[in-house]
Design a protein around this ligand. Structure first.
Ligand code: GLN
Length: 467
């Protein structure tokens, strides 16, 4: 059985203890995990469930609630908070016996593309520890690429699952909006974000998606739409995004190689353009910051989390708490969010951004009337150097390829497309709403013809058991 070594790791208290120690050791070089606890979830876990995932461990981004585990969202404002309840996606996994064993590092509230905006630690890319793992689900991606866990749950508001997956050479799925419940996901920008999945194994990714997707009464935007199907006998048609200015030669080469792989499978490959792509970043950040300013208003120091001890009035308590415990990037976004929403100025920013969002949706519809999928890079560069590789503004501009899928609510799957210069060069497939399963099917076909590079593993489940 494929997942047998992983299952053995969680089979008994004793093996869970050995696994716990191995996780601590293996993570010391990459710092992907904020909390490691192989026992905490065991009580709620149905190890005896009749499922291929029973006994399989996984890690969870620290903005997704797991009862008994910490729930910091990478922020000092929620430092020390323990989740009193469990997110719907995690609960569905517990119900079939999969075991959450760690919470992963992330950019504060999901705001960033390098996991360098975490209040707690810097995560390293397991391929090259001088480089970032991507973000904001960088801890999730690094923990999977290093072999600490076989899959992880993350969140994707504008690319936070796919970009770290691409930087770390694994698969990352941002599902169709609504296909996975957001119940238990701490809100950043609700109209854009989804719980997403990361794994080095496309079959496992698909099994996990089948387990966690579907309507949930805890999230009124969730649904059980029927997955999109297409007739077997039709040749798949892929549209490659044209006019990719600003991508490195390595990324351009990776994209050509993926298109070539499609042709070698007999697929039809043509070009397509997204004329509104040049406005996508401004529109995305306008909407994301507007929603963030509203969603983050709940962190006041009154009901939970950090509370300033220096305040003499209630107004001062809220102000000082937020000033002392939010990081720079979060403050910037709250300020800009309130700026674009202030009365009298909405036409200028927010409404305009929504119009661009509608345009982008329309352009995708147009492309999908003639193609089954779109191929494009995930990010214009490969994993960059830690500390100084890219400024916050450069990172935002570089989100242009990923955030389009969030603006349109459509599924997108980052897949490993081979190494360039010794580092992963991830590409992504986008499809119409409901095509999540199809995208995973296409990625499985591509895997047969693309180079398979071994992951930079730091933990071998077999060795933990026998060593
Ligand atoms: N980098 C983007 C941002 O900072 C995307 C983050 C995400 O998807 N959570 O908003």
């Amino acid at each position: 059985m494929k997942y047998e070594p992983w299952k053995a790791l969680t089979a008994s208290d004793q093996t869970r203890r050995a696994y716990q120690e191995a996780l601590v050791r293996a993570d010391s070089e990459i710092s992907s995990l904020l909390q490691i606890d192989t026992e905490c979830g065991a009580e709620d876990c149905r190890f005896d469930a009749d499922s291929s995932l029973a006994g399989v461990p996984f890690s969870v981004k620290d903005n997704i609630a797991v009862r008994g585990f910490q729930f910091s969202c990478g922020s000092n404002i929620l430092k020390g908070l323990t989740a009193p309840y469990t997110a719907a996606a995690v609960q569905r996994l517990l119900d079939i016996g999969a075991l959450p064993v760690a919470k992963t590092n992330m950019d504060e509230f999901g705001m960033g593309s390098a996991t360098e905006n975490s209040a707690f630690q810097m995560t390293r890319n397991p391929w090259d520890t001088g480089r970032v793992p991507g973000g904001s689900s960088g801890g999730s991606a690094a923990s999977v690429a290093a072999g600490l866990v076989p899959f992880s749950l993350g969140s994707d508001t504008g690319g936070s699952v796919r970009q770290p997956a691409a930087f770390c050479g694994i698969y990352g799925l941002k599902p169709t909006y609504g296909r996975i419940s957001r119940y238990g996901l701490a809100a950043y920008a609700s109209s854009l974000e989804t719980v997403g999945l990361l794994s080095g194994d496309i079959d496992l990714l698909q099994e996990v998606f089948a387990a966690v997707s579907g309507r949930d009464s805890g999230d009124q935007t969730s649904n059980s739409i029927a997955p999109l199907n297409r007739p077997e006998e039709n040749t798949p048609v892929a549209a490659v995004l044209s006019g990719m200015e600003g991508v490195t030669p390595e990324i351009a080469q990776g994209c050509r190689q993926a298109a070539e792989a499609m042709r070698s499978l007999g697929w039809e490959v043509k070009e397509a353009s997204l004329p509104s792509l040049k406005y996508a970043v401004s529109a995305y950040y306008t909407i994301a910051m507007a929603e963030a300013s509203a969603n983050l208003a709940r962190y006041t120091g009154i009901r939970y989390g950090y509370r300033s001890s220096r305040a003499v009035s209630q107004e001062e308590l809220v102000r000082k708490t937020r000033n002392e415990a939010f990081g720079r990037e979060v403050k910037l976004r709250i300020l800009l969010g309130t700026h674009v929403l202030r009365s009298g100025f909405q036409d200028q920013y927010y409404i305009k951004a929504q119009k661009i969002r509608t345009r982008i949706r329309g352009e995708f519809d147009q492309i999908f009337s003639q193609a089954d999928m779109i191929l494009m890079p995930v990010f214009p560069v490969q994993a960059f150097e830690a500390a100084s590789g890219m400024t916050p503004l450069q990172q935002k501009i570089a989100d242009r390829f990923t955030l389009t899928a969030n603006m349109a609510g459509i599924p997108a799957l980052a897949f490993p497309a081979g190494l360039q210069d010794g580092l992963p060069a991830g590409m992504q497939l986008l499809g119409p709403a409901g095509s999540d399963e199809l995208l995973m099917h296409y990625a499985r076909c591509l895997q047969e013809v693309l180079p398979k590079d071994p992951l930079p593993l730091r933990l071998d489940p077999r060795e933990v058991l026998h060593g």
